[in-house]
Design a protein around this ligand. Structure first.
Ligand code: ADP
Ligand code: MG
Length: 247
């Protein structure tokens, strides 16, 4: 049983959501404790990105039942901007191009209270670790960038803006092994140092060897079908998702 004192920083109850008339999330419950690292795993098409997109408030999704609470506040109908201001950051599986807007301009707009000198100081610090070439900062966000460079830009925003919670949709896609280790270890360090909460969505366990979760949940057919500790990710690496697809 849950009560208000035991709820985590992200609390989802009975979430049902549709996209283009198709019901994708079918009564999803999830509770993520503040400061923890939690993984959502599942086969292709199980609803992982739909969950991440619904949590970001992306337009086009219809929530037909259930609710989402973040930091004790009901955000089910909140705009994406307000969710961001509340400290939630969703790193997309396929980050979009924003021509004409540089990463700095985007971050300034997202965090207007942050003095620009402080933003520049943080960007410089994070970029040094990311080995981000200056040229990427002069272009429009993600314009003509490789998959791996786009993921770097996502992590730059997450860490420079010091978000309270990161939802990472397939951070591993488009990254080679070295880049994956670098980005995952930077996220793990931020979680350890600042208490940032992480919900990592993936279908491979490789990411979770660096970004080590305390809980792993398996999402199949729009609902959580099994939950366990980090050993569940290792088990799924060898068994795959066949047993769940028969459910
Ligand atoms: P995952 O991220 O787990 O691979 P998704 O959440 O992307 O899965 O997709 C779940 C299901 O919803 C899939 O069957 C997919 O085809 C469908 N879906 C996702 N986005 C749309 C959309 N915009 N229109 C119609 N169907 C969609
Ligand atoms: Mg996906």
């Amino acid at each position: 049983m849950t009560n208000s004192t035991s709820k985590g920083i992200l609390h989802i109850e009975g979430l049902c959501a549709k996209i283009s008339g198709k019901e994708v999330l079918k009564g999803l419950d999830l509770d993520v404790k503040k400061g923890s690292i939690v993984a959502i795993m599942g086969p292709n098409g199980s609803g992982k990105s739909t969950l991440a997109n619904v949590l970001s408030g992306k337009p086009g999704y219809e929530i037909t039942a259930g609710k989402i609470e973040f930091n004790g506040q009901d955000i089910t109908d909140m705009s994406p901007t307000k969710r961001g201001q509340a400290g939630l950051f969703v790193a997309s599986q396929y980050p979009l191009e924003i021509p004409g807007v540089t990463p700095i301009e985007l971050m300034s707009a997202a965090c207007q209270d942050l003095p620009s000198e402080e933003l520049m100081r943080r960007v410089e610090l994070v970029n040094k670790e990311l080995s981000m070439p200056d040229s990427l900062m002069e272009r429009g966000v993600n314009v003509d960038l490789s998959g791996g460079e786009r993921k770097r830009i996502e992590i730059l925003q997450l860490l420079a803006l010091k978000k309270t919670m990161a939802i990472l949709d397939e951070l591993d896609s488009g990254l080679d092994v070295d880049a994956l280790e670098l980005l995952a270890s930077m996220v793990a360090k931020a979680s350890k140092d600042t208490g940032m909460t992480v919900l990592a969505v993936t279908h491979y366990s490789r990411l979770l060897e660096v970004l080590i979760p305390t809980e792993v949940h398996v999402l199949v057919g729009g609902t959580i079908v099994r939950s366990g500790g980090p050993e569940l990710a290792v088990e799924l690496e060898s068994t795959g998702y066949k047993e769940f697809e028969k459910l």
